[in-house]
Structure formats: C-alpha cells, structure tokens
Design a protein around this ligand. Structure first.
Ligand SMILES: NC(=O)c1ccc[n+]([C@@H]2O[C@H](COP(=O)([O-])OP(=O)(O)OC[C@H]3O[C@@H](n4cnc5c(N)ncnc54)[C@H](O)[C@@H]3O)[C@@H](O)[C@H]2O)c1
Length: 252
C-alpha cells in the first residue's frame, strides 16, 4: 500500500479495460486519480467504485485528441488536487485492417487518438510537473509498436510512434526531472478486442506466427503493476525505457 501516496495521477481511458484497472490500483496505492474518458458512463462508474472503496478520484470527460479538453483536464486536476505528478496516456483505439484496406479516415482517427493524444497529453502536463520539481509519464504503446503483425497497419504505425515519442520526451523533459517511459502490453483481456477477448485461440491465430508461443491472455491488473512501478518513485532512475509485458511474445 502507498506506493504512490499523495501523488496526483491523470489516467486517460480510465472507464474500462486496462485504464479502469490502472485507476483502481493507483487509488488503492494512495494516489488522487483524475480518471478521464470519452465514455462518460464508464468513467463515472470507475470513479464511483474508487470512492466507494475509500479512494480519491474525480472524473473528467475527455477526448484525448482535443487540445482544449487537455487544458481542462489539467486545470481540473490542479483545482481538485493541487497539481499533477503522474500521467498515464492509456486511451487507445484499433481498426483491424491491412494496409491496403485501411481508409484515410481510419488512419487519421487512429493517429489522432493513439499518437496526437499522447503528444497533447505530455505537452499539457509538462508545465505543471515542472512546477512541482518533476513527474512521471507512462505512455501505453503495445508490442504492435515493436514487431510486425497482420491486419493492424495504422495501429502499428501509431504505437511505433508512441514508442519513439516517449524516447524523445525522455530527453526533452530530463532537465525538468520528468521521466517518460513506455509500456508494451501483449494480449490483454479487455473490451478493445471485442469478441476475441473471450477466444484466446482465435485471437492468437489472428495475431500471426509471433503469438504462437504465448500461453494465455493477461488480466489487466498484470499490466497495471508494471505501469505503477514506472509511475512511482521506485523507478526514479528509469527514463526513456520500454517495458514489454507480453508473456514472451516478442522474445521469439
Ligand atoms: N488489450 C490489449 O490486448 C492491448 C495490447 C496492447 C496495447 N493495448 C493498449 O492499451 C490501451 C488500453 O487498451 P484497452 O485494451 O484497455 O482498451 P479498451 O477499449 O478496453 O479501453 C479503452 C478506453 O479508452 C477510452 N477511449 C477511447 N477513445 C478515447 C478518446 N478519444 N479519448 C478518451 N478516451 C478514449 C474508451 O472509452 C475506453 O474506456 C490502449 O492504448 C491500447 O491500444 C491494448
């Protein structure tokens, strides 16, 4: 208990899946959590559950691709909890389609949420973190940002962008004592996978040869603990790294 005691953490896409799990764990470990999501009902439910468990959290409706909404998220964090120490850029979307079948609209939407959203989030929190003498940003990329897989061209490009943007920011923000690291989950059981979240064998087949030695999907909490580590002071000398959480998927 208390691994992020008293810290203020913004977690995007906190309404369901991994973001919900991260939000609950951070609150349990003592953080004041700003849960943001485009889905109001889901985000409000996460916050209600945290408060019912004795934690501290607020919900802010938020499209991560909107610069003005990022400004609102940061000011709500400052108003409610006094500043920002941690940002987990978790919100993401996927269109399963090969490069040839990906429309310009799908490409742009994917880049707007998965990559522009991360850029805007980091930009928005940097001044507040600098004011407090430092902070920690954890960007959720994917193993899709490291190795090639079939039928997710735009998603892979966006997650590769997040991986490299994280390293750029680790260098840019070093002078302000703001660490920036990326997490690369493998096959995690969440709503983003649709029906595939309940069909491990089918999902494994869908993800190509690299997936074949993976033995199971993870529960979201198995990603939340690595995120917590990078966000916390336990990782005080960890900056610009990529932490793969994938049951050996990319180790092949
Ligand atoms: N599930 C996996 O297997 C897996 C693997 C690797 C990486 N990831 C990444 O992990 C992150 C979390 O994924 P998940 O599996 O929990 O997904 P999910 O679909 O279960 O949850 C995503 C959340 O983000 C919210 N969201 C979507 N668009 C948004 C926007 N524009 N602004 C704000 N919120 C928005 C959704 O409402 C939802 O609550 C994503 O970045 C995803 O790409 C997932």
């Amino acid at each position: 208990m208390g691994r992020v005691e008293g810290k203020v953490a913004i977690i995007t896409g906190g309404g369901m899946g991994m973001g919900e799990s991260h939000s609950r764990l951070f609150a349990k470990e003592g953080a004041c959590v700003v849960v943001t999501d485009i889905d109001i009902e889901a985000g409000e439910k996460t916050v209600a559950d945290i408060i019912a468990d004795g934690g501290k959290a607020i919900f802010v409706q938020h499209d991560v691709a909107s610069e003005s909404q990022w400004a609102n998220v940061v000011s709500q964090a400052v108003e409610s909890f006094g500043g920002v120490d941690i940002l987990v850029n978790n919100a993401g979307i996927i269109f399963f389609a090969s490069s040839q079948k990906t429309t310009a609209d799908e490409w742009n939407k994917t880049m707007a949420v998965n990559l522009l959203g991360v850029h805007l989030g980091c930009q928005a929190v940097q001044p507040e973190m600098a004011k407090r003498g430092g902070g920690s940003i954890v960007n959720i990329s994917s193993i899709s940002g490291i190795v090639g897989m079939p039928n997710q061209a735009a998603y892979q490009a966006s997650k590769g962008g997040v991986r490299q943007l994280t390293k750029a920011l680790a260098v840019d923000y070093q002078k302000d004592n703001i660490r920036c690291n990326s997490i690369h989950p493998g096959m995690i059981c969440t709503p983003i996978l649709g029906d595939l979240q309940h069909e491990f064998e089918k999902a494994r087949g869908f993800l190509g040869p690299g997936a074949q030695q993976v033995t199971r999907m993870a529960d979201p909490i198995e990603v939340s603990y690595p995120v917590l580590f990078l966000a916390s002071d336990e990782a005080s000398y960890v900056n610009g790294t990529e932490l793969v959480v994938d049951n050996g998927f990319v180790a092949t």
